[in-house]
Design a protein around this ligand. Structure first.
Ligand SMILES: [Zn+2]
Length: 481
């Protein structure tokens, strides 16, 4: 019995020692950034709740962007508002010289998914927007991390420049693409980014590249029965186009996605339609793959116009690069989240999440606040696209995902709006701020880490010159701007 007890004690001691060895050395700067975020918890939660309630959609984030910019200014940052022709974009910077480290913050909501901070579906404002992607938490957490670094620069404990980028309209035209085209990220050594989610993970996954465009067909109107020979149908052109696209479907790689919506297709049957319009997205795992398919689609549009005897016009609206993963950066993030440890939840928070899961037909497993080991990068990323992809091709971009919602429940829906407006979201936001700030401490302190991050970036980029999929000229702004 005694021997067993002794053995157990030894084993236990052994594992404690192993744990202790795994812990990073104490770092006063990391302690300071954690404390800085903690001290501002009330401010941060207050700002996040305000942005959540404003629920302003893409390019209309006037109050949300002002709230963050004013707070940054009050904290001693120099703030440039309305950069890159985007009234709701801004840059807050502090410090001088190298290294220059940036951090991204989004704050746009999604239309039509207004929801109260309740575990059952109940709109806050009928027909209003909602933060179904948790961007109310995104912007605030990144700004909090930037402020904690600013304090260390101010105290002379870190050297260089910190820059917070207020990046609007992620859910629409992609504010970051316009900001990148304007060269606003060019002098950064590294850029950090995070995203709300349903697990805590360092960013080892990419996103899909895409191109977003419109094809219009212009024909000649005539009486569809009386003198159809005098008419040329724009809808014929559109149909020939979709036929061509759907034939192409068989001859693209399995990673390609093509989806479209017909926006105009004639008004009445007895008039040969003069005008037709289709909105289409092409996605693939990599930008090169998108371009290959897009080249074919442009030819199909021309061919369709010839078939129908009409004119066609293709206009690119926007598009994204795939995210270039930076593994060296992801490892740095991983060490910091392991040091921070998991997020723990109260029984009330777990019940809140479980009720959402039950209502939305997801497995009732509650919240997942544990730290996952780093996972290998998937060859073909699942899911959507983001304008952070473009940033990652301009500057090495280090990413993180933090739990702010109920696993399995639909994203971009009332379920995440509910969690983002209460303590589940707040916990994820504070956690993200700390993890990002700690990673920035590493990047400021360790020149070899910055070099390794940059070397990986240059190797992957392999000389590619950034060329975004946006048309010349200013960003398309909603009326009244
Ligand atoms: Zn998002």
């Amino acid at each position: 019995m005694k021997a067993i007890h002794y053995l157990l004690t030894l084993l236990l001691l052994g594992s404690v020692t192993a744990l202790a060895q795994k812990k990073e050395k104490p770092n006063p700067n990391k302690d300071a950034v954690i404390k800085s975020v903690e001290v501002k918890r009330t401010d941060l939660t207050g700002m996040s709740d305000k942005i959540w309630a404003y629920a302003e959609t893409a390019l209309k984030e006037k109050q949300s962007s002002k709230l963050l910019a004013d707070y940054a200014e009050a904290q001693g940052f120099k703030v440039d508002r309305g950069v890159a022709g985007l009234p709701t974009a801004f840059i807050a910077s502090y410090g001088t010289g190298k290294p220059v480290i940036g951090i991204l913050g989004e704050y746009d909501a999604l239309p039509g998914i207004s929801q109260k901070a309740l575990p059952t579906k109940e709109p806050l404002a009928l027909g209003g927007g909602g933060h179904g992607c948790g961007h109310n938490l995104f912007g605030v957490a990144s700004l909090a991390a930037a402020i904690s670094i600013k304090e260390l620069i101010q105290q002379g404990k870190l050297k260089g420049t910190i820059r917070f980028y207020g990046t609007p309209a992620e859910e629409a035209v992609g504010g970051k693409i316009y900001m990148a085209r304007a060269g606003l990220f060019n002098d950064l050594d590294v850029c950090l980014d995070w995203h709300p989610g349903t697990e805590i993970q360092s960013g080892t996954q990419s996103s899909k590249a895409m191109v977003d465009f419109i094809v219009e067909f212009k024909g000649k109107a005539a009486h569809a029965a009386g003198d159809p020979w005098n008419g040329r149908s724009a809808v014929d052109g559109l149909e020939a186009f979709t036929d061509g696209v759907n034939m192409l479907r068989e001859h693209v790689r399995p990673t390609v996605r093509m989806h479209y919506a017909i926006l105009a297709g004639g008004d009445v049957p007895n008039v040969v339609p003069e005008y037709a319009k289709i909105w289409m997205w092409v996605r693939d795992s990599k930008r090169d793959g998108v371009q290959t398919v897009f080249d074919r689609v442009q030819e199909i549009a021309k061919g369709a116009a010839i078939i129908a005897g009409v004119e066609s016009k293709l206009s690119v609206i926007s598009g994204n690069y795939e995210i270039m993963v930076n593994h060296v950066g992801a490892e740095a993030v991983q060490k910091n989240i392991e040091q921070l440890g998991p997020i723990t939840y109260t029984d009330e928070e777990q019940s809140f999440a479980k009720e959402i899961q039950e209502t939305s037909g997801a497995p009732v497993i509650g919240l997942d606040g544990k730290i996952y080991p780093m996972i290998p990068t998937d060859e073909d990323p699942s899911g959507g696209s983001t304008d952070t992809g473009d940033i990652s091709w301009v500057v090495p971009t280090v990413r993180l995902r933090v739990t702010t919602g109920a696993k399995g429940a639909p994203w971009h829906s009332w379920a995440e709006v509910a969690c983002a407006g209460m303590s589940i979201g707040h916990k994820g936001m504070v956690y993200a701020a700390k993890a990002l700030a700690m990673t920035m401490v590493d990047l400021y302190e360790q020149e070899p880490l910055r070099k390794a991050v940059r070397d990986e970036f240059e190797k992957t980029r392999n000389g590619h010159v950034f060329k975004p999929y946006i048309p010349e000229g200013p960003p398309p702004l909603p009326e009244g701007n």
